[in-house]
Design a protein around this ligand. Structure first.
Ligand code: F6P
Length: 279
């Protein structure tokens, strides 16, 4: 849109594999929502002699690509990157593993305080629409309860689980909450629980944007290398309007249209297992 092009070659990405963030600094754009501006984008790309785009992004980016590629003749190859892991067409998106490990490290530290002082912590992690981060770091941290947007939160159930922990003389209790699980997030849930469960000193911790930055985990570096490499190959093979993903450790392609029309889902068996293990 801004006609802000920078030439890059393979040296442009040397020395950045260990860094978080984006060096090209592209971001969401309201303008891209209107056809008038998408036309401008198409013209700018053509004028800059760009004949294909490798798009690194999440759900919103692929929804945009789905519209753009249906309007203009420009091949796009997508690389899924979002800590929320909410892109259909891949088991894992770049960033999810790092964010989950960052959250896990924070919860481990919180557990030390909680254990030392007989506390109940409500820890809010990111995840607007899906509970991938909460589910995975909740299992990893041995949380007593995990709340995700996919399952309606029932305060009675949470209290029943916490009562169980108390009866077992647990020194600490931790509830991990995805930000989108309950309107008002961890603060709201803690308020409701506090009114009826007084056995522990209660604290709330909202992890926020620390989950978005930092050095990528090894798994994320390997995943990004595989997906990026395959995206370039896909383009040279003449593929268009697909995203590259990983399923059962194999690289696969999914059209933007399909990715857009389907919904990524958490593994509900993992949620049941977490419940069994914390009972
Ligand atoms: O889409 C990823 C995500 O990290 C969400 O989990 C979170 O709600 C949102 O982005 C935060 O976005 P922003 O940085 O614009 O506040």
């Amino acid at each position: 849109i801004e006609k802000n092009f920078t030439s890059m070659d393979n040296y442009s990405v040397s020395g950045i594999i260990h860094r978080g963030g984006t060096i090209i600094r592209t971001a969401r754009s309201e303008k891209f929502m209107s056809k008038k501006w998408r036309k401008v984008v198409y013209r700018q790309l053509r004028m800059a002699n760009i004949d294909g785009v490798i798009l690194i992004g999440g759900n919103g980016s692929f929804a945009g690509a789905n519209v753009f590629t249906s309007e203009f003749d420009m091949p796009f190859i997508g690389v899924p990157k979002t800590i929320d892991n909410d892109v259909y067409g891949t088991d894992f998106s770049i960033g999810f593993d790092t964010a989950t490990n960052t959250a896990l490290d924070a919860i481990d530290r919180i557990r030390d305080t909680a254990d030392s002082h007989h506390r109940l912590f409500f820890v809010e992690v990111m995840g607007r629409d899906l509970g991938f981060i909460a589910l995975h770091c909740g299992i990893g941290a041995g949380a007593e309860a995990i709340l995700v947007p996919e399952i309606k939160t029932n305060v009675d159930d949470i209290i029943a689980k916490l009562e169980m922990g108390w009866r077992r003389n647990k020194n600490s209790l931790i509830v991990v909450i995805a930000e989108g699980a309950v309107k008002g997030g961890a603060i709201k849930v803690a308020e409701k629980v506090k009114a009826r469960f007084g056995h522990y000193d209660i604290r709330i911790s909202i992890l926020g944007h620390i989950q978005r930055g930092g050095n990528p985990s090894c798994s994320d570096r390997v995943l990004a290398s595989r997906l990026g490499n395959e995206a370039v190959k896909a383009y040279t093979y003449g593929k268009k309007n697909v995203l590259v993903g990983i399923k059962n450790n194999k690289l696969i392609y999914t059209t933007f249209a399909k990715s857009f029309s389907e919904k990524q889902v958490i593994n509900k068996d993992l949620l049941l297992m977490a419940d069994e293990l914390s009972t």
